[in-house]
Write a protein that binds this ligand. Structure first.
Ligand SMILES: [Zn+2]
Length: 300
């Protein structure tokens, strides 16, 4: 995957796309970039009949490999920890060479549990992270569950200090389209065998992804005066896995290319997420996109 990044010069990427047979548009130096991140490993959202967590992860990993797109995952080590399917899902992610960072052991909400319990959730997740990543790999990235960084300045500062002391950077979010909202209706419509409704969900999912991508670019231009490298928030859900090939194709058709989380957040815009001695919260784009979301009560 790394040599795809060398493709900034163009040649390597063209060779890559020829070798893979993929119809990759030749990017220009000015093409906007996306770093894809997947939260809630090993288990997110409703599981459609007959599917497994491992199968969802394998599908996502296979698409990323085929498309030569990097991604970073975020682990909740305490979620479904006694389920062999969950363990196989994590193993499949790692076997694909994909990295994992910390998303809290139980996916606790800082605004709900408070700073002390939240700290425990961070620290307890490190043993399963090391088990998955080893001691030498770079797993010191933290993604706040619910993107909740603390309502009070005291809680916010305490957790930032804890993360700084433990060597973390924060994984920011500058593009997202509420992908998580689509997995439950997708599972319900599959269970009912309602193909028309599934097709409606697929199109709606892509429409909202497009809306969010355009909004992120417009917001960055308004706020920063230029494109920033975007960090896209997704989840390891069943519809995410099904739609990933079409989603990547959509972003490419919009002129985006793909990069790693570390390369994206090397941009000065993300300084407040990389250097946690700076004041919080994490850098973000101000305006949320106007998303449609899945139709209410579809297949309910
Ligand atoms: Zn999450």
């Amino acid at each position: 995957m790394e040599w795809l990044m060398i493709g900034r010069a163009g040649i390597a990427l063209v060779v890559a796309s020829l070798a893979s047979g993929a119809s990759v548009a030749r990017p220009s130096e000015s093409a906007p970039v996306i770093a894809i991140t997947f939260d809630d490993l090993p288990a997110h959202g409703a599981l459609p009949p007959g599917q497994t967590r491992e199968g969802i992860i394998r599908a996502i990993a296979a698409t990323l490999k085929a498309e030569r797109v990097p991604a970073f995952g975020f682990l909740n080590g305490g979620v479904e920890r006694d389920d062999p399917d969950a363990a196989r899902a994590i193993a499949a992610w790692r076997r694909a060479g994909l990295p994992i960072g910390n998303h809290g052991y139980t996916h606790a909400n800082l605004d709900t549990v408070g700073a002390a319990a939240f700290t425990t959730d961070i620290v307890t997740n490190e043993a399963p992270l090391i088990a998955a990543m080893g001691t030498r790999a770079d797993w010191h990235w933290f993604r706040y569950p619910f993107l909740a960084e603390g309502r009070s300045p005291a809680a916010q500062n305490q957790i930032r200090a804890t993360l700084r002391d433990r060597g973390y950077r924060i994984a920011a979010v500058t593009m997202g389209f509420a992908d998580y909202a689509w997995n439950a209706p997708y599972a319900a419509c599959l269970a009912k065998g309602n193909r028309a409704a599934v097709a409606q969900l697929e199109q709606g999912f892509l429409n909202d992804a497009r809306t969010a991508a355009l909004a992120s670019r417009a917001n960055a231009t308004a706020q920063v005066g230029r494109d920033i490298p975007y960090v896209l928030l997704m989840h390891v859900g069943a519809l995410d896995a099904r739609m990933l090939p079409r989603l990547i194709a959509l972003y490419r058709s919009m002129g985006f290319r793909f990069t790693t989380l570390a390369r994206a957040q090397a941009d000065p815009f993300y300084a407040g997420a990389m250097d946690l001695s700076r004041p919080g919260p994490s850098p973000a784009l101000a305006n949320q996109p106007q998303l449609t979301g899945p139709p209410a009560d579809l297949c309910g």
